[in-house]
Design a binder for this molecule. Structure first.
Ligand code: COI
Length: 350
């Protein structure tokens, strides 16, 4: 596939405060853009990062046909840049697109284009340990029409930006028993914009009550745990790594999957199963609830220090270098940066 490339007149790299990146504050110089029209994708282009021109009646702005991915790239100690688990992100992107009636993007555009984009902006990949280049592929419905329908035109875009940590301290979370993130048969497993927009109001209410985030449940009287904020939820209970099984209400997290693989390597038994808030309370009372944390591309692992279940706080023990979530995070980081063999071939080096 042919590509066209334009170069920004001047790089914005000098404006980046690499010592204090935060999350979502900086965008690299270039973006990839492909257009879908007449049932086919055009060649992708790598362009200077710049605003889009869109009709106010573009369907994405009204009826929510928007899907995204979140990926990361790291400086590799052998000199290149490693992009983490491209194929798994591509597969999930396609599953999300299908749920929103949006056309699949060819593997070639996603992979070749992404490699080219990351390679072009390789100077933007942070050098500091723990920082990374966040990659945001997304698709939006661009057809100009406000009748409620499936769009016939789309843009596929990828931009990137250097990021540091997502959360700076362990989280106090509330088991949500009023609002739900997803329901059976809904879009919970898809990475579509609406899932995030709809979570803001309950998250804001929880923050007003002094919590950092929500532990979502399935809305049943058992309060089965589903996700944690915008992350998958994981626990260590009596020496076992436990996480809800993926389903149509739970995102198939790439970090979740990677940590479950590494758990086995680290000698932890793994259980993917239903886990209710009441079980968490019970295991806490028996001193068996050792760790609770969120897992996601942005945060990697985000330890939880307190879980509030129906008004009662359950405090978790402090996290140390011996905690599973710390050991697994370190091992994952070592694999992505080339400091430990990549035995699962998760890295694509550019
Ligand atoms: C991620 O972890 O990459 C996410 O997609 C969560 C958030 C940044 C939207």
């Amino acid at each position: 596939m042919q590509t066209s490339q334009l170069h920004p007149t001047s790089s914005r790299l000098q404006q980046v405060d690499f010592a204090n990146l935060g999350f979502g504050n900086y965008v690299s110089d270039h973006m990839l853009v492909a257009t879908y029209k007449n049932k086919q994708w055009t060649n992708y282009e790598i362009l200077p990062y710049s605003p889009l021109s869109m009709a106010p009646s573009a369907l994405a702005l009204h009826y929510g046909q928007t899907v995204f991915e979140g990926m990361k790239a790291f400086r590799h100690q052998q000199g290149g840049v490693s992009i983490f688990r491209i194929e798994k992100h591509y597969d999930r992107f396609c599953r999300s697109l299908q749920r929103l009636c949006m056309p699949a993007i060819p593997f070639e555009v996603f992979v070749t284009g992404l490699k080219e984009l990351v390679s072009k902006d390789r100077a933007w990949v942070p050098a500091k340990d723990g920082d990374s280049l966040y990659i945001r592929p997304f698709m939006i419905a661009t057809e100009e029409r406000f009748g409620v329908k499936v769009s016939e035109e789309y843009k596929f875009i990828i931009f990137t930006g250097p990021v540091g940590s997502y959360y700076s301290r362990p989280l106090k979370v509330k088991v949500e028993d009023e609002y739900m993130r997803a329901a059976k048969g809904g879009t919970g497993y898809a990475k579509c914009g609406g899932n995030y927009g709809a979570s803001f109001y309950p998250a804001q209410k929880a923050q007003e009550q002094g919590f950092d985030q929500i532990l979502w449940t399935d809305g049943s009287p058992e309060l089965n745990i589903e996700e944690s904020g915008t992350m998958n939820a994981m626990f260590v209970i009596d020496g076992k790594v436990v996480t809800p099984a993926t389903s149509d209400t739970i995102l198939d997290g790439v970090t979740r999957d990677s940590l479950l693989t590494l758990a086995v390597d680290l000698g932890y038994p793994v259980e993917t199963r239903r886990i209710s808030a009441f079980e968490l309370a019970q295991k806490h009372q028996a001193n068996l609830l050792q760790e609770a944390f969120g897992t996601g591309t942005a945060a990697v692992t985000s330890p939880i220090c307190c879980i509030n279940i129906q008004g009662k706080d359950y405090f978790l023990p402090d996290y140390t270098e011996n905690s599973f979530c710390v050991k697994a995070r370190n091992l994952l980081h070592a694999i992505r940066t080339g400091n430990t063999p990549d035995k699962y071939s998760w890295n694509t080096i550019v």
